[in-house]
Design a protein around this ligand. Structure first.
Ligand SMILES: [Ca+2]
Ligand SMILES: [Ca+2]
Ligand SMILES: [Ca+2]
Ligand SMILES: [Ca+2]
Length: 260
């Protein structure tokens, strides 16, 4: 006498699944394969992805209905998805359903170039000495993780006759003493000899590194004390008590020289 097997057991996923995939992985890239068992002989199990309640992750992946292989189907961006996506997978053996979640870690790529942060592109300074800081600078980077998001400023041409980048990429300084060239003014403007240009770049630490050229920086050198003193305001208004004694201080004015 033989006992005929009928389908009276649901399929069971064999484990909790977790895998990882890099952002920007090409469609078709295999992430992992889910597996299940079934106590009944000969049941054929089919798989599919369930809509995700947390995100649109179901659109980013596809599953082979027979093999259970989950692969990339959409464009994955670590900067917008976050570090983990959870995909819900269902299995059916013709009669019973089973369900599980697959946790997919999204790995960061260095796919965002850094950005320059310069307070201005033109500066005026009095003649200065070696290694005096001309301007403080910084770089930003929107990548999700280090080192892809770690960015500094450097010289775009790696070397400049006049400037060096110091303070770990956060300041530009004179490389050498740069005196004021005492030539006559050209059409009311300082000699071009006193105008110094340098192109900086923001560079990140990713592998491979990405960089962005900044707007060229122009530094005009003036002889000391060429700047007219300037009051902090164009006019002042002060109330004076009608019994003020001789010598009463009405207001203290401040003026400064220099320009930036
Ligand atoms: Ca079954
Ligand atoms: Ca990205
Ligand atoms: Ca990235
Ligand atoms: Ca980056």
């Amino acid at each position: 006498m033989s006992v005929q097997d009928i389908n009276d057991n649901p399929p069971r996923f064999t484990q909790l699944f977790r895998a990882s995939v890099f952002e920007n992985a090409s469609p078709g890239t295999v992430v992992l394969c889910v597996t299940s068992t079934d106590a009944d002989d000969g049941d054929v199990t089919r798989y599919w992805l369930l809509p995700s309640t947390l995100s649109s992750s179901a659109d980013l992946f596809d599953i082979d209905r027979q093999a259970g292989t989950i692969s990339v189907a959409g464009s994955i961006d670590r900067e917008s998805t976050g570090d983990v996506l959870v995909v819900r997978v269902a299995a059916n053996d013709g009669a019973f359903n089973a369900e599980t979640t697959v946790t997919i870690d999204i790995l960061d790529e260095n796919d965002v170039p850094p950005a320059c942060r310069l307070p201005s592109n033109t500066f005026q300074t009095v003649e200065d000495s070696r290694l005096a800081v001309v301007v403080n600078v910084s770089a930003s980077d929107a990548d999700a993780t280090s080192p892809s998001r770690d960015a500094v400023i450097s010289l775009a041409d790696r070397w400049s006759r006049d400037f060096v980048v110091v303070d770990g990429g956060e300041a530009v300084a004179w490389r050498r003493p740069v005196p004021f060239q005492n030539t006559s003014l050209v059409r009311g403007r300082s000699s071009p000899l006193n105008v110094h240009r340098v192109t900086l770049a923001a560079v990140d630490m990713g592998r491979p590194a990405l960089w962005t050229d900044c707007q060229p920086l122009t530094v005009s050198v003036f002889a000391e004390n060429v700047f007219s003193p300037q009051f902090s305001r164009s006019s002042y208004s002060v109330a004076v008590p009608n019994n003020a004694a001789v010598g009463f201080t009405i207001i203290t004015l401040h003026a400064r020289c220099g320009s930036s």
